[in-house]
Design a protein around this ligand. Structure first.
Ligand code: SF4
Ligand code: SF4
Length: 429
């Protein structure tokens, strides 16, 4: 019998116009999956208790916090991409929530409207709103999408019918005139936030927000560096979970809790304590982001006895590897420093994107991994095509490499498991 629960809040959900029956069932299922995937691990760090609680209260306490913030006039902004500058939402007194979808459960809702053959992350996110089964979509005042890929930018037009959805134009190249356009878009985003709150953003507000976000990214960097020890003091799936929670938790509390966990992990490194066996094969993942609750590849890889020691993705290093220069003053220069940081993000939607190829190889060496698994979501053209160059770079460097393409269904689990086990055998030889 399941002992872990994602707690139900039917009255709260009713007040948010949600489909209470479906959310209740979805929470029960999530609780069971969570218990099997996470709580069954032996020797987990004690500091994971906080993150377990964040999942237990996924549609409860955190939602109440967001509602309390809204009652104080603080806007809640939903986003789908790490290119949207969270610092500007924070500086305006708002709260930024990452809303990418990682669940198969919301896809049938999306497929009533959207074509079936598009990326599951886009369908899952749209389906959460269409089916009224995600409390974060119900609480958000408005959404901010972007033009990173075709599936997303055309979906925003339809999502806008269900909830106000604005779009930031992210260029596809990083030429000077493309960056100039992007800077204008960042300025327009700032103006939108100021109009929403009715208050001008001050340099002080922005400096403070930059510091909050830099500290959060520093804590995530610290976690990632700790994983690079052999043996890793924490499992890959717990690390992924923390990275996913980073997108909806309060940033100050999250940073504090993560640093407390990292203090414990420091001790575990000294004492050589790990979750997996000390001889576990070390694997790095590269590719598309894994939105909550997409734990599919981590479950398979770690279920086969290996440990994932790094995620080169937008829930992983692409989200936290770069910081904004905190020494800059003056609003215009601060906004330029902000854009400078964001343009370092090497998403596959950019061309050319040589930086990412180099970054993958760098992270492989930094993480002391023994092999790379590249992960693409089905129907994602940019990651699927860029995979060719990652594979070539791995061949050139002699890095054991496996490319996987998947969706959120369980249909390909057997096939994935066979391929992953064969790959891990190669690493263990
Ligand atoms: S993969 Fe690209 S589009 Fe997706 S969140 Fe990352 S930067 Fe945005
Ligand atoms: S994974 Fe690919 S197709 Fe899906 S949202 Fe990201 S860039 Fe678009």
């Amino acid at each position: 019998m399941s002992t872990f629960e994602v707690k139900a809040y039917p009255e709260l959900w009713q007040s948010l116009d949600m489909d209470v029956e479906r959310v209740t069932k979805a929470c029960q299922m999530l609780g069971q999956v969570y218990e099997q995937s996470f709580l069954s691990q032996q020797n987990r760090p004690e500091g994971m208790a906080y993150f377990d609680e964040m999942i237990a209260e996924l549609h409860g306490e955190r939602i109440k916090e967001l509602l309390a913030a809204k009652a104080e006039g603080r806007p809640v902004v939903g986003t789908f991409c790490v290119y949207i500058p969270e610092e500007l939402v924070l500086a305006a007194g708002g709260i930024c929530i990452g809303l990418c979808g990682g669940s198969q459960g919301s896809i049938p809702d999306a497929e009533k409207t959207l074509p079936r053959n598009i990326c599951p992350m886009v369908k899952s996110a749209y389906g959460f709103k269409a089916g009224r089964i995600c409390s974060y979509f119900q609480v958000a005042d408005f959404l901010y999408g972007e033009t990173t890929c075709d599936a997303k930018k055309k979906t925003w037009e339809l999502l806008d019918r269900l909830i106000p959805t604005h779009v930031m134009e992210i260029p596809q190249c990083k030429r000077p005139h493309s960056i100039a356009l992007w800077q204008e878009e960042v300025q327009a985003f700032k103006t939108k936030m100021e109009e929403t709150t009715g208050k001008a953003m001050t340099e002080e507000n922005l400096a403070q927000a930059i510091q909050v976000m830099n500290n959060k990214r520093r804590a995530l960097q610290r976690l990632n560096t700790l994983r690079h020890h052999t043996p890793s003091p924490i499992s890959g799936k717990d690390s992924l979970l923390i990275e996913q929670i980073a997108f909806y938790d309060d940033p100050l509390r999250f940073t504090q809790q993560l640093n407390t966990l990292c203090d414990e992990l420091d001790q575990r490194v000294q004492n050589q304590v790990s979750v997996q066996s000390q001889q576990a094969a070390r694997v790095m993942l590269a590719g598309a982001p894994m939105a909550l609750p997409n734990w599919k590849i981590h479950n398979l890889v770690e279920g086969a006895g290996a440990v994932i020691v790094n995620e080169e993705s937008c829930v992983g290093t692409r989200y936290f590897k770069d910081l904004i220069d905190e020494s800059v003053t003056g609003m215009d220069k601060m906004l330029t420093a902000l854009t400078d940081r964001y343009k370092e993000i090497d998403c596959s939607c950019f061309t050319p994107n040589n930086e990412r190829i180099d970054q993958v190889i760098k992270e492989f060496h930094d993480s002391k991994a023994q092999g790379i698994i590249h992960y693409s979501l089905q129907f994602c053209h940019t990651y699927n095509i860029e995979e060719v160059r990652i594979r070539e770079a791995c061949e050139q460097e002699g890095i054991p490499y496996l490319s996987l393409e998947s969706d959120y269904s369980l249909e390909d689990m057997g096939q994935l498991q066979t391929r992953i086990e064969a790959f891990l055998e190669q690493l263990n030889d």
